[in-house]
Design a binder for this molecule. Structure first.
Ligand SMILES: Cc1ncc(COP(=O)(O)O)c(C=O)c1O
Length: 451
């Protein structure tokens, strides 16, 4: 049986649901990354590191709620916290103790955080960070790094809406013109832009674009810090993925390079919808209404409504998640799982004599197949010495990616694009099973001369 025959045979229920979904939902999906060819799988329940689709297939999950689920699916820690809260009400339309405890944990765990504001998502967090930066500096322009993803708002989403022809879809040119995009390793270009003194902020994913798929030399963070400092520009670390995953103190805790503002979502909200902007008190206090907080010298302020900001349900999940990871154990377990997976995938690639490699930063693992990418160095990260700096993400061609992902799903493993987000509940046995599935998928591709 071919890869495609097997996929179609074992996913008939998903195919039928997708036919109905395509009538009702644009493209039949609800997030761009869930596009799958010829159709996505439909999942009906999940527990631990596994999920089950409507056809009864059991799948080891490395999507993990787009990285939100450090504790895996339906972890008792979070189920108990959310169940207890839902019985006490989900929205008081009032301040509540949970938000105070949630804020205390964020401020304790994120090294650069003196204050925090809760928002509804990562996209809202980066939108608010732009607004705080513009307000604090009195400057309009924003600097971002090519391919670094910060959600889909009008400030940072400009690259996403720009077509290869330069045409902008759904965004006025006036808004796009105030956001400049530069290559993450192009120190000279970044310096030249910042030297104009026109930029309110430089934002980055501190581990590199797409949670490190486009690897960033760690030394660049120090360069960003000194260039922004000397030009009066604010530095924003977007830790929506790396927050409480790279370490319990986020990516900044690993490197010691401190941003002015940090954007958070996913793990900070315990896997429920939510996000946060944290940073220096003087920056956050621009939102404050209390006159004593002296938001801005002229008495004006940055406004911030939002129905579901710090709602009790998300706050309960966030508190449980952050309390549980304070000792570092969940992050260490997820890191061990990610590194084991990365090592195993590279061994499988080597023994299949296939072109490609996997590289990782702890629990964030990336895979390239069909391209000449050298295996990672000792630390399992991108091998800068052998592979150099890349300007764009090394990518698996679609002609390989789709059959590979179909084959891998048929072997019982789901990835986030061509990457894996490991959790604290992926055991050695789960990871070994995922490595075996990967070897099986590689074998399928080799048999059909796809790889
Ligand atoms: C680094 C980064 N920033 C921002 C976002 C946007 O977050 P959300 O999807 O919660 O809007 C994401 C989402 O994956 C992300 O990876």
């Amino acid at each position: 049986m071919t890869i495609d025959e097997r996929f179609l045979e074992t996913h008939a229920g998903s195919a039928a649901l997708h036919a109905e979904a395509a009538r009702l939902l644009p493209g039949g999906i609800t997030h761009d990354i869930r596009h799958f060819e010829p159709f996505p799988i439909y999942v009906e329940r999940a527990a631990g590191c596994r999920k089950w689709d409507v056809d009864g297939n059991e799948i080891i999950d490395f999507v993990m709620g787009h990285g939100a689920l450090l504790y895996g699916h339906a972890h008792p820690l979070l189920v108990d916290a959310v169940t207890a809260q839902i019985q006490r009400g989900t929205h008081y339309g009032a301040s509540h103790p949970g938000e105070v405890e949630w804020a205390r944990l964020v401020v304790e765990l994120v090294p650069s955080a003196e204050k925090v504001r809760f928002v509804g998502s990562g996209t809202e967090a980066t939108m608010m960070a732009a607004r705080l930066a513009r307000s604090a500096t009195g400057r309009t322009k924003l600097l971002k790094l090519r391919e670094h993803f910060h959600g889909w708002n009008d400030s940072w989403g400009v690259e996403l809406v720009t077509q290869p022809s330069g045409e902008l879809v759904g965004l006025p040119r006036e808004l796009a013109e105030v956001v400049t995009v530069v290559d993450q390793h192009d120190e000279a270009a970044i310096e030249a832009e910042l030297a104009t003194g026109e930029y309110a902020a430089l934002i980055c994913e501190p581990g590199g674009a797409h949670w490190g798929a486009l690897p960033l030399e760690p030394a660049m963070l120090g360069a960003y810090r000194s260039m922004t400092e000397s030009t009066g520009t604010l530095l924003i670390f977007d830790e929506v993925v790396t927050g409480f995953r790279a370490s319990e103190h986020c990516y900044q805790g690993l490197t010691g390079v401190m941003p002015d503002l940090t954007t958070l979502a996913k793990i900070v909200a315990g896997g429920l919808p939510g996000g946060a902007v944290a940073g220096r008190a003087a920056l956050l206090d621009q939102i404050a209404i209390t006159p004593s907080a002296a938001p801005r010298p002229d008495g004006t302020r940055v406004l911030h409504p939002g129905t579901f900001n710090a709602n009790p349900l998300t706050a309960a999940a966030g508190v449980a998640a952050l309390r549980g990871l304070q000792d570092g154990a969940p992050v260490q377990a997820a890191t061990a799982a990610g590194e084991r997976l990365c090592r195993g995938w590279n061994e499988a690639i080597r023994s299949a004599e296939a072109p490609g490699a996997a590289y990782c930063q702890g629990s964030m693992v990336h895979l390239v197949l069909g391209e000449d990418v050298p295996p990672p160095g000792d630390g399992l990260g991108w091998n800068f010495a052998a592979a150099g700096r890349r300007l764009t993400t090394p990518r698996t061609r679609p002609a390989i990616e789709w059959p590979f992902r179909r084959a891998l799903l048929s072997h019982g493993v789901d990835l986030m694009g061509m990457g894996a987000l490991a959790s604290a509940v992926h055991s050695d046995g789960d990871v070994d099973q995922a490595i075996e599935a990967f070897s099986g998928a590689l074998g399928d591709l080799r048999r059909e001369s796809i790889l």
